[in-house]
Design a protein. Structure first.
Length: 288
């Protein structure tokens, strides 16, 4: 297994390896850190730490997308996200904003974000594509079918991987028709979103097929429930989220080897090490 040549995103870092996106959840109800950074100063400090540990990008989000999560108001999301984005961007971090709302995307880009990471892929807010086009921001477009409160009711597929690719292609067509430049778009297959645990594994096993879309690919598996299921105790108790980091590193390694452009993760250092190992492995030894 060898790393594919990296695909670049216009205006974003271009190392010769898979990038690492560190997660800053400015929420009270995140599945992974339980509101640990639900304070502006704590969130900014955490973002700095992620950069120091090797994050190429820092992804700041103010809405939990765990299954069953209730959405915050627009005002709440803006209050959570914008000050953190502004502080980290002012310090030189490459910041993305994790949002499904065009108003939050616009405010975050104005505050210094360079990437809009939209887990709805433009389907939650009809103004998102035009907003991203106007901002000329980089854009992560994820496979999505429904909001968190009902997304696990939408896991029926005729042919899982083919359907995910076809639905992503439909979203891409709408985005580019609205003026979003293809060279600014990243696709994400939406691990954990409208997919069962077994379906998540099937999509990951087919990561290389996502290159059919001819765009950079983001893979986000960090601490997700399907890893907890895999690592469950004999009594069936799931492995807790913060004890899933080793498994996350394994998925990062495999995703990078399959040609992912970037992985999104909570624990940066080990994942940053992993993508560097994958790149060096692919290079092999000089031959005389």
């Amino acid at each position: 297994m060898y790393a594919r040549p990296p695909r670049y995103v216009d205006g974003l870092p271009r190392p010769d390896r898979c990038l690492v996106m560190g997660v800053v959840n400015v929420t009270p109800d995140s599945f992974s850190d339980g509101g640990q950074y639900f304070d502006t100063d704590l969130a900014v400090t955490h973002g700095r730490r992620l950069v120091a540990e090797g994050a190429d990008l820092v992804d700041v989000g103010g809405e939990s997308t765990r299954p069953g999560a209730v959405r915050p108001s627009l005002a709440e999301e803006l209050d959570r996200v914008v000050p953190v984005v502004a502080s980290l961007a002012a310090e030189g971090a490459v910041v993305s904003v994790d949002t499904m709302r065009s108003e939050v995307a616009a405010a975050a880009v104005e505050a210094g974000a360079v990437l809009v990471n939209d887990v709805s892929g433009g389907l939650a807010d009809p103004a998102m594509y035009e907003t991203v086009a106007r901002l000329d921001a980089a854009y992560v477009l994820m496979h999505w079918r429904a909001h968190s409160v009902e997304m696990q009711q939408h896991t029926e597929y005729d042919d899982l991987v083919s359907d995910v690719i076809a639905e992503l292609r439909k979203q891409l067509d709408a985005a580019t028709a609205a003026g979003v430049r293809p060279e600014r778009i990243v696709v994400d297959p939406g691990i954990g979103f409208s997919k069962t645990g077994e379906q998540n594994w099937d999509v990951l096993a087919a990561t290389e097929r996502l290159h059919e879309l001819e765009l950079p690919v983001l893979i986000a598996t960090s601490r997700k429930r399907f890893l907890g299921v895999l690592l469950a105790a004999e009594d069936g108790a799931l492995r807790p989220p913060q004890q899933r980091d080793d498994a996350t590193v394994a998925t990062t390694t495999l995703a990078a080897a399959a040609g992912a452009w970037c992985v999104r993760t909570h624990a940066v250092r080990a994942n940053a090490d992993a993508v560097r190992v994958v790149r060096r492995w692919a290079e092999g030894s000089p031959r005389g």
